[in-house]
Write a protein that binds this ligand. Structure first.
Ligand code: FDP
Length: 334
């Protein structure tokens, strides 16, 4: 039996790497861990419980149909944080506006959290991998007051913690605090996450590309040329790359993190600014990608440098192995 290191042991052992109070990091991750276990449990038993599968009959602010599990996961995270004394404000793609926790514990909390509670929700009902994406920032409003919109609209480069939970063939928690990336697997018998993927590094190059190619005719010419290059023998492997698209960003990202590859969601006619949300999806995974040696770009600009203008802002997204993202960018016209 391996000598397993639990999530908590790992954080305490590496506390020198975190520039904020270590107790805060342990507590925030413990809250996320507890919530993730509860959501993972709901997902694993989804087909057997009436309240879990299917649509909720409502839409989020972006006009997307909400699944029951989207709403359940959102509430689980809000509840986890509202009286934690750690998080003063919470925003997610499921709510129109951010939530400022109004209790004394909320007003005196030093951090804010941004969540995509359940990413890849169109895969929920068909038993395909889905995920949660999160990021944490230090608040900029004064302690003792309610969180404000400026707390939420910070550049991704200011994240102090970002990660995801992948509800795949096993449940994994992967995160960074700015000192590399580590992955933990949920031991369902013990109910704990243990270090399974230490110091994750994304291969510099790869032969997998992930994109919804149904949109290819609606993309700019440079991207069409890049996909043709991927499918040709002109690339560094001398063989066509393999197309792999789960349609759950977390799952596609995780595979590329381990095997090398690129994920692309460009601006298309039906989504002129791209589909993915800067705050809840692109920034956290960009932080992880860069910490693992990869890159994240809009195709023209480093994602982590964008100053957000609104909560639900979308951007085109190219993320993955460094050389693949650079190559894709070289095909795009300025
Ligand atoms: P979903 O709409 O199912 O929640 O941003 C969300 C996302 O999934 C990503 O996880 C996924 O990569 C992408 O959208 C899928 O979009 P398409 O169906 O347009 O390919």
């Amino acid at each position: 039996m391996l000598n397993l290191i639990s999530l908590k042991e790992f954080i305490i052992n590496t506390k020198k790497d975190f520039s904020y109070p270590i107790d805060d990091l342990v507590s925030i991750l413990t809250h996320i861990e507890q919530a993730a276990k509860s959501i993972s449990n709901d997902i694993r038993n989804a087909g057997l419980a009436e309240h879990v599968l299917g649509t909720k009959g409502s839409q989020n602010i972006q006009g997307e149909e909400q699944q029951k599990l989207d709403v359940i996961a959102d509430l689980v995270f809000i509840k986890a944080f509202e009286n934690s004394g750690l998080i003063c404000g919470f925003a997610s793609e499921e709510n129109d506006d951010f939530i400022a926790f109004k209790s004394d514990a909320g007003k005196n909390a030093p951090y804010i959290a941004l969540f995509d509670p359940l990413d890849g929700s169109s895969n929920i009902d068909v038993n395909v991998s889905i995920g949660t994406i999160f990021s944490v920032y230090k608040r900029i409003s004064p302690l003792g007051s309610e969180a404000i919109i400026d707390d939420m609209l910070q550049e991704g480069s200011k994240q102090i913690l970002a990660g995801y939970i992948l509800y795949g063939s096993s449940t994994m928690l992967v995160f960074t605090t700015g000192n590399g990336v580590n992955g933990f697997t949920l031991d369902t018998n013990k109910g704990n996450f243990y270090l399974s993927h230490p110091n994750m590094l994304m291969p510099e190059n790869g032969r997998l590309y992930a994109m919804n190619e149904g949109n290819i005719k609606e993309c700019e010419i440079g991207l069409r040329d890049y996909i043709t290059y991927c499918q040709s023998r002109e690339n560094q492997t001398g063989m066509p790359y393999s197309g792999r698209y789960v349609g759950s960003l977390v799952a596609d990202f995780h595979r590329n993190l381990i095997k090398g590859g690129i994920y692309i969601y460009p601006d298309v006619l039906s989504a002129p600014k791209g589909k993915l949300r800067l705050l809840y999806e692109c920034n956290p995974l960009a932080f992880i990608a860069e910490q693992a040696g990869g890159l994240a770009s809009t195709g023209r600009k480093r994602v982590l440098e964008i100053k957000p203008e609104e909560l639900h802002q979308r951007v085109p997204y190219y993320v993955g192995s460094k050389q693949m993202v650079e190559k894709a960018m070289s095909f795009l016209k300025n």
